[in-house]
Design a protein around this ligand. Structure first.
Ligand code: ADP
Ligand code: MG
Length: 342
């Protein structure tokens, strides 16, 4: 048995989850978990459970769960709870933390979750972490991102993921409820808009939401269309090229007004003496934060309020888990919750 102490930061995202450890291991996985639907599927897949991209690829044979969808660990869904545990188990295994803990290491983990999940389901999240770590702190994802970037004072972090857009105002102390906002206008919402708009144009279109998401990630943009965007898809069983420029433009741009409004609202709550500093310290994080042109569009919205600067977070995959790790290393012993041994 060792008396080793390990620290980990875990980011449990709607679409992607990641871990960063004090041993400098970083791993991520798409937040999908699937169980074979029947005996045939089990025979084909030869596995009890599939995780991440593999689960998405084999979805036709699986009972597929995305446990943090809409930022929530859905109440009453035991499968979602189990899916979160599978994701955490996977991250622990891949990063070597699981093994170290089996050998007696004590593990302290900071887990970042969508702000809404934290508000509604703290207890379920805590239960889901049992057996993986010895001490726990649960925080909202945007706070973890802010902490990792040392954007602690007079900064506003917009973490725009798949399920939700989370805002977190940093005023040199732990953010309160009033410092945080959550909107449903994030990546999944754009995907749904795009799906709807394309179906209106092309009623015969039969395309999965996974393909829609990929089109958006490859070609999405805010502002003026760069050029015409064409993709090839099956229509009536035949590969057909379609022009998605108009629909893509509409669905991506639709995200800007709600984001800008909430950003300006939150800034208005700051002591007027500091508002200008905050306006120049807006940080855009999360996968949807990478949408081309979103930073400029938000800067444009700040213009009539005196102007500002919107900066992108650098590491888009590990920004949350690295922030969680930084928090774990700094947290005083009184901030930790002890978890029961399994
Ligand atoms: N280059 C990109 N352009 C636009 N959207 C993107 C891009 N890359 C990822 N996304 C979108 O970002 C979302 C995932 O962001 P992420 O921060 O990982 O989410 P979460 O924290 O909810 O897991 C998805 O909706 C995905 O489609
Ligand atoms: Mg996230």
């Amino acid at each position: 048995m060792s008396d080793q102490k390990m620290f980990v930061g875990i980011d449990l995202g709607t679409s992607r989850s990641s871990i960063s450890t004090s041993e400098e291991k970083h791993e991520y996985v798409d937040s999908f978990v699937g169980w074979p639907v029947d005996m045939v599927a089990r025979k084909v897949l030869k596995r009890k459970v599939l995780i991440g991209g593999e689960a998405v690829e084999n979805r036709s044979m699986l009972d597929l769960h995305r446990p943090l969808e809409r930022g929530l660990l859905k109440e009453g869904s035991e499968k979602d709870q189990e899916a979160v545990r599978e994701l955490v188990a996977h991250l622990m295994r891949e990063s070597g933390v699981g093994k170290a803990r089996e050998n007696g290491a004590s593990v302290r983990g900071v887990v970042g979750v969508p702000a809404e999940a934290l508000r509604v389901n703290r207890q379920r999240l805590k239960d889901a972490m049992r057996g993986f770590m010895d001490h726990l702190i649960i925080v909202s994802e945007p706070f973890a991102v802010a902490y990792g970037m040392e954007a602690l004072l007079h900064a506003l972090v917009l973490d725009i993921g798949a399920g939700t857009a989370d805002f977190c105002l940093m005023q040199g102390r732990y953010p309160t409820e009033e410092d945080q906002r959550t909107l449903p206008n994030a990546g999944d919402w754009v995907d749904e808009q795009l799906m709807k708009s394309l179906k209106e144009d092309i009623p015969d279109l039969a395309v999965s939401i996974h393909t829609i998401r990929r089109w958006k990630e490859e070609h999405g943009f805010i502002g003026k269309a760069p050029k015409s965007v064409k993709v090839t898809t099956q229509i009536g069983g035949k590969p057909t090229e379609i022009d998605i420029t108009q629909s893509l433009s509409q669905s991506c741009n639709a995200i800007v007004p709600p984001l800008a409004e909430t950003m300006l609202d939150l800034i208005a709550t700051v002591d007027p003496d500091y508002q200008e500093t905050v306006r120049h310290n807006v940080i855009l994080a999360g996968g949807t934060g990478m949408l081309k042109g979103l930073d400029s569009a938000l800067e444009a919205a700040l213009k009539s309020y005196g102007g500002g600067r919107v900066q992108r977070a650098e590491d888009t995959i590990f920004q949350g888990s690295k922030g969680g790790l930084a928090l774990a290393m700094d947290a005083p012993s009184g901030d930790w919750e002890k978890l029961p041994k399994e």
